[in-house]
Design a protein around this ligand. Structure first.
Ligand code: TYD
Length: 206
């Protein structure tokens, strides 16, 4: 089973999944936790290029291609082998981030970005996508309050960009209702963690 975690900046998706991972391990599942962009040495190198604050000249299509390249390498080296071994792969961000950030917010078009990603992923779709939904105002406030989180090139985009990201994610959830579950990430930590666990367990038991 391939689970992806998506959401705007500061949605708390990484923290929200922790107790679910713990629970799944106790139940005897083998879990691989990973993230995009990155997750393997080559993909991490691509990540550094994409997110470097110095790279303000990066063209939007170059950005989309680099995310897709990093995704491909990560699938080949990490995700596909783990899925083949019957493990549950839980990945922070995947293809929907490209559709929302590059397709929606950068105005490249969701279907154009989907096309390069179908090439990169050979049609590998998640079984379950948890969308941690939060307003950009609230999300960015959380990032500002969290001194340990490094600010990257995309965090520095204007508020309007982050609104487009959120709207695009919500659009994608409507477009792919079978795999998307929306979680209200503005709720308390406990409530968000519980909703996350419920969503994963109900998909596992399907
Ligand atoms: P990261 O520090 O991992 O952010 P987060 O904790 O919010 O996941 O940085 C990843 C950034 O890259 C984030 O701003 C979202 C963006 N991104 C895209 O624009 N397109 C993509 O395809 C992916 C995977 C991420």
């Amino acid at each position: 089973m391939f689970i992806t975690l998506e959401g705007p900046e500061g949605s708390g998706k990484t923290t929200a999944i922790e107790s679910t991972v713990q629970k799944l391990k106790e139940m005897g599942y083998e879990i691989v936790r990973t993230r995009e962009p990155g997750g393997t040495p080559i993909a991490e190198e691509i990540r550094n290029v994409i997110l470097d604050k110095k790279n303000t000249a990066m063209d939007p299509r170059t950005e989309a291609l680099l995310y897709a390249a990093s995704r491909r390498q990560h699938l080949v080296e990490k995700v596909w082998p783990a899925l083949k071994e019957g493990k549950i792969v839980i990945c922070d961000r995947y293809l929907d981030s490209s559709l929302a950030y590059q397709g929606g917010a950068r105005d490249l078009g969701i279907d154009e970005v989907l096309n390069i990603n179908l090439f990169a992923t050979e049609n590998t779709w998640p079984d379950l996508t948890l969308l941690f939904d939060i307003t950009p105002e609230e999300g960015l406030k959380r990032i500002a309050a969290n001194a340990s989180r490094e600010v990257n090139r995309l965090d520095l985009e204007k508020l309007e960009f982050h609104h487009k990201v959120r709207d695009s994610f919500l659009l994608l959830a409507k477009r792919y209702p079978d795999r998307f579950v929306i979680i209200d990430a503005s709720k308390s930590r406990e409530k968000v963690a519980k909703a996350t666990l419920d969503a994963v367990l109900s998909r596992l038991c399907k």
